[in-house]
Design a protein around this ligand. Structure first.
Ligand code: RB5
Length: 149
C-alpha cells in the first residue's frame, strides 16, 4: 500500500516522524511536502496529496497542520476525498470502518508524537466495512458532491 503524506510548517516535525514510522512498517510513502519549517499555505499540500489519491497512485493519505482542520477542509473540497480530522484512536478506526475515509488529518499543536503514531497505526490498520448501511451512506456523500442528492 502506498501512502501519501503532507503537512504545512506547523506539522513539519510530526510529518518527519510519521514518515519514518510508516516506512519502517513497510509502507511505500509519497511525501508531497512541505520540506521545511518555513511558513507556507496548507491548501497547497492538501491539494497535492488529494491528487495522489484521486489519480490512484496512493491509496490512503495523512495530512498534518497545526490543528488538522485546515488540511481536512482543503482535502474535502476534492470530490472523492473523505478526509477525517481525528485526535482520538476510536475515531481514527471508525472513520475507516464506517466512512471509508481515505485521508487522516491531525494537528501537531493538538496531539503529541505518541498519539500521532497511534492514530496513524490505527487508521492504516483498519478496514472499511463494505456492507449493510455503510456503503449506502458513503454513496450518499458522493451524491451530495455531484449535486444530485
Ligand atoms: C498555521 O499557523 C495554522 O493555521 C495551520 O497549520 C492550521 O492549523 C490551519 O488549520
Amino acid at each position: 500500500m502506498k501512502i501519501v503524506i503532507g503537512c504545512d510548517h506547523a506539522g513539519f516535525s510530526i510529518k518527519k516522524a510519521v514518515k519514518e514510522h510508516i516506512l519502517a512498517k513497510g509502507y511505500e510513502v509519497e511525501d508531497v511536502g512541505t520540506y521545511s519549517a518555513d511558513s507556507c499555505h496548507y491548501p497547497l499540500y492538501a491539494h497535492a496529496a488529494a491528487e495522489k489519491i484521486l489519480s490512484g497512485e496512493c491509496q490512503l493519505g495523512i495530512l498534518i497542520c497545526g490543528t488538522g482542520i485546515g488540511m481536512s477542509m482543503a482535502a474535502n473540497k476534492h470530490p472523492g476525498i473523505r478526509a477525517a480530522c481525528c485526535s482520538d484512536v476510536f475515531s481514527a478506526r471508525l472513520t475507516r470502518e464506517h466512512n471509508d475515509a481515505n485521508m487522516l488529518c491531525f494537528g501537531e499543536r493538538v496531539v503529541g508524537i505518541g498519539l500521532a503514531l497511534d492514530l496513524v497505526d490505527t487508521f492504516l490498520g483498519a478496514t472499511y466495512m463494505n456492507s449493510g448501511n455503510h456503503p449506502i451512506r458513503v454513496a450518499m456523500l458522493s451524491e451530495i458532491e455531484k449535486g444530485s442528492f
